[in-house]
Design a protein. Structure first.
Length: 397
């Protein structure tokens, strides 16, 4: 399959990905195989730090670190680097925005049935002070029912927070339609784009969100240990960080500090500089290929995998939604998911297992205790899909 890329391009991209020689990697929604330019950027900084010292290496690389903020803003269609904060992961980025939204007893957070447990636990934690968490039901396709969302709005709804794509399937939520509802009602809209950044072209202006959190390690193919938060410029100074330190604010008098005016008010000073530079290299790599092309190929590969798996007796594909992305979820009748994962790993094929606790509302509603998750990326091939499906068919037989 050469949808989106030529055969020569795929060969080149695989040659630039050392891991492709070792495994058939279908765990890109967990952590993708990094390309050589990302790997070398990451390692080169660590080598430099070892030679001249951590602080000195950071000072030397400061202009490159500044460029990462600008690249991140461009990646999501933001207005500039002042709208971006960097973190150790996307969960912390999401949390910093969520806890910064002022909420009082009786206020309402609206969310979806597809939420990841890290996010939903945060909603429940905010609800301890009398804030209510309400789940907007899905429509017949499994995606959030935008009509039901619109009907639920009232003066107490202060926040809409949701995932763009869940961890347990290829469903792409109708974020643009949700953003339109949020804009019309003047409600803060926080979007978790952990699974979609690097896979789907994102434009915060089209999405209509006021804040968006994402990660380096998944579809962007960057290092682990980096997440980011984009916040709309007109909202930054209306959000007070739930935690504060000397990077986020200037200590100007013995009893007074001034919070910085940009999105770095949400950050802490100490960070993994090497990983952040690798993250910047991953953004550059993805943008050079083109996010539209990446999205086209990822969708095509995922649909091919779904079709092939669905044709295997005893295998059920579990993905929902009108628009579906690179995560393919399935079960094998009578075979424990962990056993399937282990057998595939023994054959140098990487998948993972999504347990019910990860997306509790959705999995319980569908009567699922676990699903296998095979997540494709543009560097995967038809031959790798053939290997995966053949192994699953052997186990299902």
């Amino acid at each position: 399959m050469t949808v989106g890329f030529t055969e020569d391009e795929i060969r080149r991209l695989r040659a630039e990905t050392p891991g492709c020689a070792e495994v058939a990697h279908f765990n890109n929604a967990g952590s993708s195989l990094p390309p050589a330019p990302v790997l070398e950027t990451h390692l080169a900084y660590l080598r430099r730090e070892a030679l001249i010292g951590g602080y000195e290496a950071q000072e030397e690389a400061q202009h490159r670190l500044d460029a990462v903020y600008a690249a991140t803003a461009r990646l999501v269609g933001g207005s500039g680097p002042d709208e971006v904060a960097l973190f150790e992961n996307a969960t912390r980025a999401f949390d910093m925005a969520l806890y910064a939204v002022p909420l009082a007893a009786g206020d309402v957070i609206l969310t979806s049935t597809a939420e990841y447990h890290s996010m939903f636990v945060t909603y429940l934690h905010r609800a301890r002070g009398g804030v209510r968490v309400e789940v907007v039901p899905p429509d017949a396709t499994g995606q959030l029912d935008v009509g039901a969302l619109r009907k639920r709005l009232d003066a107490r709804v202060r926040l809409i927070a949701m995932t763009h794509m869940p961890t347990n399937g290829g469903l792409v939520q109708p974020a643009e339609a949700v953003g339109e509802v949020a804009r019309e009602a003047g409600i803060f809209f926080l979007l978790d784009a952990t699974q979609t950044v690097g896979q789907i072209p994102l434009d915060v202006r089209r999405l209509g969100c006021h804040a968006l959190a994402g990660t380096s390690r998944k579809y962007l193919r960057g290092p682990r240990g980096v997440g980011f938060l984009w916040v709309a410029r007109d909202w930054i100074e209306r959000l007070e960080p739930p935690l504060m330190e000397g990077h986020a604010a200037e200590w100007v008098e013995p009893e007074r500090y001034v919070i910085r005016p940009d999105a770095k008010r949400f950050e802490v000073w100490e960070s993994n500089v090497a990983a952040r530079l690798g993250f910047g290299a991953a953004i550059e790599y993805a943008q050079a290929l083109g996010l539209e092309r990446i999205w086209t190929r990822v969708q095509a590969l995922a649909e091919t995998l779904r079709t092939r798996l669905a044709a295997v007796p005893g295998v059920s594909v579990r993905d929902l939604g009108v628009v579906r992305g690179g995560i393919v979820s399935f079960t094998v009748r009578g075979v424990d998911a962990a056993r399937v994962k282990a057998a595939l790993r023994a054959a140098s094929i990487n998948v993972t297992v999504s347990p019910a606790r990860g997306t509790l509302l959705d999995m319980r509603a569908r009567g699922l205790s676990e699903v296998l998750r095979a997540s494709v990326h543009y560097y995967n091939t038809d031959e790798e899909i053939d290997r995966l499906v053949a192994e699953v068919a052997r186990l299902a037989g």
